[in-house]
Design a protein around this ligand. Structure first.
Ligand code: GLC
Length: 439
């Protein structure tokens, strides 16, 4: 046993070595009837202690089970890289993982995660937003449980807009005009107009897709003129000085820090940032508002649906206990707690109406219509391939190393190649989070 491990450790390196150490520990401890569940998730920006408290409560309710939560970097791309290497290994040493909803099709198809048919009944499935369940369903089976949902939203400095008599902008050109006017009057060298996520990673795809859709286009299919218009607008935000050059290297946390320090008038981000901005000592506490992302005249606001799910690796030795932990973490009780404490928004529509304390209800009410409008990225096992082909092209158009037209032509060529890999290719990205009403 030791020899085999030693060989594997040399062969695949430190990441897996650590995983093996953990599972060895889990096996040793089974002799005294303890099960150690390893739960991997991304770094929390707000109050990690709140999740720890939730996990300790689980242990209290399940004597003999210990949950060890192990934290990965915060961006989706870095976490995906980790799983793509580790879930292939014979013993990944992970019992439960938080998966971005865009990975579930890929992980299910690769055989890396178990289906949850025996864990979550079809009646229970109906309690979640259908678009989130759809994203987590592959070949008719559910492979991950929706843990929290995200939608792109616009944060704005209410105090500054009020000072100069501007309403929250409804269109992108209006946002640019408002930002310009306030920047010109404030004359504050550290103040930026609009910060967002333009680094070459998944966040850029989300931001670009929101812009493209709000110009009447879409990816992978969609009208070329609308896509080019959206890309040209994105670049103009930088060239016109509405957004700093640094947006081209910014991820969620970079923008959140900038806006949170009071250094920007507008920010595109996910809702988690709100909870952090309301903390005592936050420079923007009480000064900000939240609005749907702007659009263009005649087009609806088009936030992208984001969010995270919980999945059980195929090669866990503790599937049953992991299922119990998954159900607990997605229960109404825990979803309500993490919504209030961490700002992760529930995947259960019922929780947006229930008897929450007034200030949370207000927050949920403001956010709910924005979540309802959220539209998924293409739901397919090849999504990551598409995204990785799109990212450099979108980035090139943003920083100006390629014209929008040239970037789109290259993006189209690569997309056609990826789509040609699979005959029964289908992309379902038509339902918004709010479509459950009509179902
Ligand atoms: C957020 C979203 C996730 C998305 C990521 C992009 O974490 O929840 O779905 O892929 O941001 O950066």
């Amino acid at each position: 046993m030791t020899n085999r491990w030693a060989v594997k450790i040399t062969a695949v390196g430190l990441g897996v070595c650590l995983s093996l150490a953990v599972s060895a520990c889990a096996q040793d401890s089974s002799s005294d009837a303890r099960t150690i569940l390893v739960f991997k998730h991304g770094k929390l920006a707000a109050r990690p202690g709140a999740l720890a408290a939730v996990l300790r409560e689980f242990e209290r309710r399940h004597p003999g089970v210990i949950v060890r939560d192990e934290v990965l970097p915060s961006t989706s791309d870095q976490q995906h890289q980790f799983y793509a290497v580790n879930l292939e290994s014979r013993n990944p040493g992970i019992d439960l993982l938080a998966a971005d909803l865009i990975w579930v099709q890929e992980f299910a198809r690769a055989g890396w995660i178990r289906d949850l048919e025996d864990v979550i009944t079809s009646a229970e499935r109906r309690e979640f937003f259908p678009a989130a369940v759809e994203a987590a369903t592959f070949a008719g089976r559910l492979y991950a449980a929706p843990w929290y949902v995200d939608a792109g939203v616009l944060f704005y400095r209410r105090d500054l807009l009020e000072r100069y008599g501007f309403p929250p902008p409804r269109t992108w050109p209006e946002l640019a005009r408002t930002a310009r006017a306030i920047l010109d009057r404030e004359r504050d060298p550290v103040l930026k107009g609009f910060v967002w996520q333009g680094k070459q990673y998944e966040g850029l795809v989300c931001t670009a897709l929101e812009l493209i859709r709000s110009y009447g286009g879409d990816l992978p299919a969609g009208d070329d003129t609308a896509i080019v218009e959206a890309l040209v607008f994105m670049r103009s935000l930088i060239t016109e000085g509405i957004s700093p050059q640094s947006v081209a290297t910014a991820d969620e946390e970079t923008s959140r820090h900038q806006f949170g320090a009071g250094h920007a008038i507008f920010m595109r981000n996910w809702p988690y940032a709100w909870t952090i901005f309301q903390r005592e000592g936050s420079p923007v506490r009480g000064k900000i508002g939240l609005a749907p992302l702007p659009s263009t005249p005649g087009q609806a606001s088009s936030p992208v649906l984001g969010g995270w799910t919980l999945a059980i690796p195929t090669r866990t030795a503790h599937a049953k206990e992991a299922g119990t932990l998954l159900k607990y973490l997605t229960s109404p009780e825990v979803q309500e707690t993490i919504a209030k404490e961490i700002g992760y928004n529930p995947t259960r529509p019922a929780l947006y109406r229930n008897n929450l304390p007034a200030h949370h209800r207000l927050w949920f009410e403001a956010l709910y219509p924005m979540l309802e409008a959220a539209k998924p990225r293409p739901v397919t096992p090849y999504y990551l391939m598409l995204s990785q082909a799109w990212q450099p092209e979108l980035s090139a158009a943003l920083v100006g190393t390629k014209s929008a037209t040239a970037a789109l032509a290259s993006l189209r060529r690569q997309t056609a190649y990826i789509l040609s890999l699979e005959a029964d290719w289908s992309v379902s990205a038509s339902t918004t989070l709010g479509d459950w009403r009509e179902l």
